[in-house]
Design a protein around this ligand. Sequence first.
Ligand SMILES: Nc1nc2c(ncn2[C@@H]2O[C@H](COP(=O)(O)OP(=O)(O)OP(=O)(O)O)[C@@H](O)[C@H]2O)c(=O)[nH]1
Ligand SMILES: [Mg+2]
Length: 442
Amino acid sequence: MLTDPIAALATPPGRAALAVVRLSGDGAFEVAKKVIVGFRAKPPRTARLAAFLAVDGTPIDRGLYLSFPGPASYTGEDMVELTCHGGVLTAARLLAALQAAGARPAAPGEFTRRAVLNGKMDLVQAEGVADLVDATAQIQARRALHQLEGGLSCRLTALREQLLGLLASLSYEVDFPEEDDGPIERSALVGELDTLLAAVERLLASAPIGERIREGALVVFAGRPNAGKSSLFNALLGSERALVTELPGTTRDTIEASVDLEGWPVRLADTAGLWEAPDRLDQLGIAVSRRYLDAADLVLLCVEVGLELEPDEMRILEHHPSFLVRTKVDLAGSRGQGIGVSILTGEGLDELKRRLVDRLFADGSGGYPDLEPMLTRERHLVALDRARDALREARPHLVQNGDAVLAAHHVRVAVSALDELVGVVDTDEVFERVFRRFCVGK
Ligand SMILES: Nc1nc2c(ncn2[C@@H]2O[C@H](COP(=O)(O)OP(=O)(O)OP(=O)(O)O)[C@@H](O)[C@H]2O)c(=O)[nH]1
Ligand SMILES: [Mg+2]
């Protein structure tokens, strides 16, 4: 495990009042001494004002620093945080000075990776850190914080403990097979397994909404040319992002934009109208629209008020999760079925938003998943799938006269799936995947 001193800018580069540079690793204080005039590691976690110098003695800035002697730090190692003036130059010079003094530039996510390796948090919490940094909608931030504070990890750890308990009972049976009664009746063990299986299944069921919250739900606008798709797209977005004209075929390519819809993360995609396109460019646009339709969490099929639905449109309603939206209800004409909206009067827009959020994020019981732990990534899903399959395989061997050795084997597979998920075992490949997408300095 690498413990050499690393340094990175923790704030975004560019014009700003302040910038924060972090330093961590064995020898971090030695490095700090060469750049911070009068550096002292004690008292810890106390802000001190000091001059920052380049290694050749040229002044860089005057700023605050704090020392965090390990293990009581974010990474678990000795750390120093330096605050200097923002802007393009000062922080970069400070960083260069720390590097000249012996620190290496940090890799993306390296601080958090060290925190995991030093037991300050587990892998699932580290993912929460990344999600919190990336959050753009309130619910994303709330969920990420919950995960970071151990919401999901606690649930997983409790599951793991219970599985280990089950394993302990099983090993008794393996060691003393002639005993008629193990410490616990077999039927009780089956009951225990079923409870655990149900808990794993509940977590698995949270994955679709969990992933939707983390990535944003994809809502695709579809319909004939001139149906009012781009107008509605702009209205939900709250800005004039897509061109709107009275000419059919205005939108030629798909435009995607993220929006915080009453606190929920939604990606809106405006598409080229579906029609028999005469020219090649339009045909390409329409092919892209079809791909978006297939990926959509929800399609808003826009049909102008008073018009009959065409077979193509019926097919969309049948084959995709979708809402029928009747546009331009300010115009005369029978509304027919669907949610009526008008961009001119604003009618129906609030109702549409409410129904969108309901459809995309409410769980089966009609409530919104609040602070129940949720699976938010493919990685979580794969691990818990593996755990579920293993527990299902264990079950038949758990009954009276079943093979305790086989049962124990499958339960152990389930435990190792959870171990990999929370990062108890440091498989490099798993760590690589998790930290690849972090920012430098986190
Ligand atoms: N009266 C009325 N006109 C609308 C409304 N919404 C859109 N329009 C008009 O309908 C026309 C087409 O609107 P767009 O939003 O460009 O329609 P579109 O479906 O994106 O069209 P394409 O990009 O060509 O496929 C424009 O002239 C809009 O001003 C509405 O609610 N009421
Ligand atoms: Mg358009």
